[in-house]
Design a protein around this ligand. Sequence first.
Ligand code: AMP
Length: 196
Amino acid sequence: MTQPTFSICVYCGSRPGADPSFARTAAEVGQWIGAHGGQLVYGGGNNGLMGVLADAALAAGARVVGVIPRALVEREWAKTDCTELHVVDNMHQRKSLMAQHADAFLALPGGIGTLEEFFEAWTWRQLDYHAKPVGLLDSGGYYTRLLGFLRESVANGFMSDWQMDLITVGEAPAPLLQALVQAAGTRPRGVDVSQF
Ligand code: AMP
């Protein structure tokens, strides 16, 4: 396999969600990464949207790097057919290894694990712990109310517009993924970056 043109860390639900459109979107994300010569870094599980995402990425020819804590190998059905599966000692190692392998972060719909990971990537960006783009896929309006709440937080003086501007929000996978890989300074195969 040739060297990936970019590497993106995707956070998403370990459950599939109530609406089948969430799984379709996760598959589209995996497919886009593979079709553009990229590498997917994710939590290494086979459940829910995580499994759908990884299967679609592998089927589209992506390198898939899974990182899972030992204690979750059975609970989240570690995906043994990842290109690389790292079984680590704890959640801190998982998050740190995922971040090290990524040029950008993207959160799809998910539960508290996904939210925690997204907020960590975002808060660490605001502290300049890293300079990698952070995206949120507002698939089917799943995050619209959360974004509304965050804007209320700005109105209430607990956040600033510049912090909101640190995240890239999109409703459709392809334009959002293109924006993230461009902001990361990477060159996805088959995409004319002058169009961005
Ligand atoms: P969820 O969004 O709750 O379905 O979880 C998605 C993924 O996030 C799963 O792989 C969980 O293991 C992971 N996760 C759960 N809690 C945390 C946490 N505190 N930090 C990082 N990842 C977590």
